[in-house]
Design a protein. Structure first.
Length: 246
């Protein structure tokens, strides 16, 4: 059976950070593990992978952020809030996440991963909006004015009387032979994320609207990371065969 993103018909599911070296833990190891998996899939030593984990507190800066004069101060602000400041290899502006979020890395081989970049953004946006709909949210795809790490295919949530809030940010990395599509779903405890992003964006000199940073539980009371993970796996299982990964 094909998937909405026209990829593999089977995925090995890896739950947890899945660090190759048990001695390496934390935010940097979590990001590095995704790149390692991408290279393994590209080399053909591993098949398509769906990796789910709840991340360590992290502010993932974009490459453009790292070139701004305020970046050292922004990194210090991130660390002061207890968030590891890292520069990621995919994505746009700074984004923050913690254990109340779910990171989803979907990795597949592709002879020309660049060709399908935009189509994947659109397909995964619709897919994640559907997953959030399954846990009771009114979710849509589209940039929220003033959002952090803005993107055309942001998944946002709405509720009567509440401004739209960003719930899922997505990014891609493509190498010769494979692509990695990474999504961060903010499910619980948005307050600390707003706080660290406020200080980080001020240091970077970038304007944004803090009210756009929210969590799924703000719009559907009682929603947990477990709920979203179950709904996500059920949605995947409806379109692709899932198998337990190593």
């Amino acid at each position: 059976m094909s998937t909405p993103w026209n990829g593999a018909d089977a995925l090995a599911v890896v739950v947890g950070a899945g660090d190759a070296d048990p001695g390496r833990t934390g935010a940097a190891a979590e990001l590095d593990r995704g790149i390692t998996l991408l290279r393994e899939v590209a080399a053909g030593t591993r098949g398509p992978v769906l990796r789910l984990y709840r991340p360590s507190p992290t502010v993932a800066f974009g490459q453009r952020d790292a070139r701004l004069p305020g970046f050292p101060d922004a990194a210090d602000a991130s660390a002061a809030h207890g968030y590891a400041p890292l520069v990621r290899r995919a994505g746009g502006r700074a984004a923050a996440y913690h254990r109340g979020c779910l990171v989803v890395d979907h990795i597949e081989p592709a002879p020309d991963g660049v060709a399908g970049t935009r189509a994947r953004f659109a397909a995964f946006g619709d897919f994640f909006a559907g997953v959030l709909g399954d846990v009771g949210l009114d979710a849509h795809v589209g940039e929220v004015p003033g959002e952090y790490c803005p993107g055309e295919f942001t998944v946002h949530g709405r509720r009567d009387g509440v401004p739209a809030v960003k719930l899922v940010g997505t990014a891609q990395r493509v190498v010769a032979g494979a692509w990695l599509f990474s999504s961060v779903v903010v499910v619980q405890d948005a307050g600390p994320l707003r706080a660290v992003l406020t200080d980080v964006y001020a240091a970077l000199g970038l304007a944004w609207e803090p009210s756009t940073a929210g969590a799924a539980e703000d719009l559907a009371a009682g929603v947990t990371v477990d709920d979203v993970e179950r709904a996500l796996l059920a949605s995947y299982a409806a379109v692709v065969r899932l198998a337990a990964g190593p």
